[in-house]
Design a protein around this ligand. Structure first.
Ligand code: C2O
Ligand code: CU
Length: 509
């Protein structure tokens, strides 16, 4: 396997992806930022120099297992201290698993200011098996005109935000532009579209006029091909889709790609507005038809979107059976609360997550297992301890009227169960061959049951990928096999100790 090295000088640049010029966080003076590409099994080295001047930073390689390299996972307060302005940090990890992934800042609320990009880990064998002629890389994203620190301070985290209202995006982008986006599909050629939602908030529908799409992977996990008209992609999720150019004896034909948003009506522009993204995008409000067991509201007009793929029905190509008899059962019930004098906070369980001043990985490696259970660890950050190689279940209930894309670091997990209301607690109501992914949407007023094997010693973050909700506390940490972790890994000096970066966005609640 090869070593692939990137030198990233992170700094402010000016960009106008939707015509509105603003400071964005670029790399090596450029924005959009580079795509990271490697083959599965390669060693990836990313040398980061923080030249932002006024903000700390970090990078997370979303979807990577980071097996044996927990210290390079990226989340500030979990795996490392933030990289201070003027400082550097080198991430080194194995490119695994293959698939369509992305990388982004994991320093409090920072990535929506532009520090998020594609990361494609190639599996040449798998790609050859798809018999494709061309690959197309595509991001979709909501976009704000105002920088995140201002939006957080004056709106989302403000004490006058009584109900956790999220600022509305100003526009929506494909590949970091809202300019017309067209693909030319040659007759009968096969295209692999690698699509990832790098947004801060918005789940978006993806549809290509007059075309069927065949989904062949989700979050990098190959699945039995599933044909659909439209998919729904939430923040943090990726889809690999095969599209075959329509037969046309005389010429190539252009087809319009559409993105539409209507997941959280209160968070989007009013019902009467239409947002133009790419060529044509219809913002749909109002008519909410039950589409996938009440999970998502329907596309109502504008294209013949009769069926949106239900990712719950996908089956991984390896046909891995449901993990049974979990010995570690975690239960979460989401809630959102207004704290007088603080503001609204949102949580996966009883307490909003508060970023600890000592990164949890550092504590796990130095203080030992006993301390990790103690309440002295701090409210909202008491981690769940998993035993090496046990079967773990997270049963999560969401009593809120909106969905959340929940992401687990270090793993693909089985989506064993999902539905409205509560789970009946039996394996009989779970999938027998569940699909796996790393970011799954929990329905409004519904639940998910996920299972995985604790086979990756480390401190892993579990959180909502709506970046507002992450900042608002909707996260927890899971410490997997701390005994093995302590015998295997150490923390690089640059990540050690008490975090005290200058201009740290991460000032706790
Ligand atoms: Cu895409 Cu915790 O991250
Ligand atoms: Cu959320």
């Amino acid at each position: 396997a090869a070593t692939v090295t990137y030198n990233f000088n992170i700094g402010w640049v000016t960009a106008a992806p939707d015509g509105y010029s603003r400071p964005v966080i670029g790399i090596n003076g450029q924005w959009p930022i580079p795509t990271i590409e490697a083959n599965v099994g390669d060693t990836v080295v990313v040398n980061v120099q923080n030249n932002l001047g006024n903000e700390t930073t970090s990078l997370h390689f979303h979807g990577m297992y980071q097996q044996g390299t927990n210290a390079y996972d990226g989340p500030v307060g979990v795996a490392q201290c933030p990289i201070a302005p003027g400082s550097s940090f080198t991430y080194t990890f194995i490119a695994n698993p293959a698939g369509t992934h992305w990388y982004h800042s994991h320093d409090r609320g920072q990535y929506p200011d532009g520090l998020r990009g594609k990361m494609i880990i190639h599996d040449p064998t798998w790609e050859a098996s798809l018999n494709i002629d061309q690959q197309i890389y595509l991001t979709m994203s909501d976009w704000y005109h105002t920088q995140m620190p201002t939006l957080l301070a004056t709106q989302y985290l403000s004490t006058s935000n009584l109900v956790g209202s999220i600022p509305s995006p100003n526009s929506y982008l494909f590949n970091d532009t809202n300019a017309p986006l067209k693909f030319t599909f040659q007759p009968k050629k096969r295209y692999l579209i690698r699509l990832v939602n790098v947004g801060a908030l918005t789940c978006a529908y993806f549809h290509i006029d007059s075309y069927k799409m065949s989904v062949v992977a989700v979050d990098g996990v190959p699945v039995n091909p599933s044909s659909t008209d439209t998919i729904l992609v939430c923040a943090g999720q990726s889809y690999d889709i095969i599209v075959v150019g329509a037969s046309n004896p005389t010429s190539s034909v252009q087809y319009i790609v559409k993105m539409s948003t209507d997941m959280l009506t209160s968070d989007f522009p009013s019902a009467s507005s239409t947002t133009i993204i790419g060529n044509v995008v219809y913002l749909i409000n109002g008519l909410l038809t039950s589409l996938i067991t009440g999970l998502f509201s329907a596309i109502t007009t504008s294209w013949t979107a009769s069926v949106v793929l239900d990712d719950y029905t996908l089956v991984p190509t390896d046909n891995l059976a449901l993990y049974t008899n979990p010995t570690n059962k975690i239960h979460y019930a989401t809630n959102q609360t207004y704290f007088s004098g603080i503001g609204t906070r949102i949580m996966v369980g009883d307490e909003p997550y508060v970023e600890p001043k000592v990164p949890s990985l550092f504590t796990a490696l130095t203080t030992g297992t006993a301390a990790l259970n103690a309440s002295t660890y701090g409210p909202g950050v008491v981690p769940h301890i998993l035993k090496s190689n046990e079967v773990v279940q997270i049963y999560m209930e969401n009593s809120q009227p909106y969905p959340h894309p929940m992401h687990l670091h270090g793993h693909d997990f089985q989506l064993a169960g999902r539905g409205a209301g509560s789970w009946d607690g039996t394996d009989a109501s779970l999938r027998k061959t569940p699909m796996r992914r790393d970011t799954v949407t929990i329905p409004a007023n519904g639940y998910i049951v996920i299972r995985f094997i604790a086979n990756n010693p480390g401190v892993w973050f579990f959180h909502c990928h709506i970046d507002w909700h992450l900042v608002g506390g909707m996260a927890s940490t899971i410490i997997e096999a701390p005994d093995v972790l302590q015998s295997q890994q150490s923390v690089p000096v640059a990540a050690q100790g008490i975090c005290s970066g200058v201009g740290q966005a991460s000032s706790g609640n």
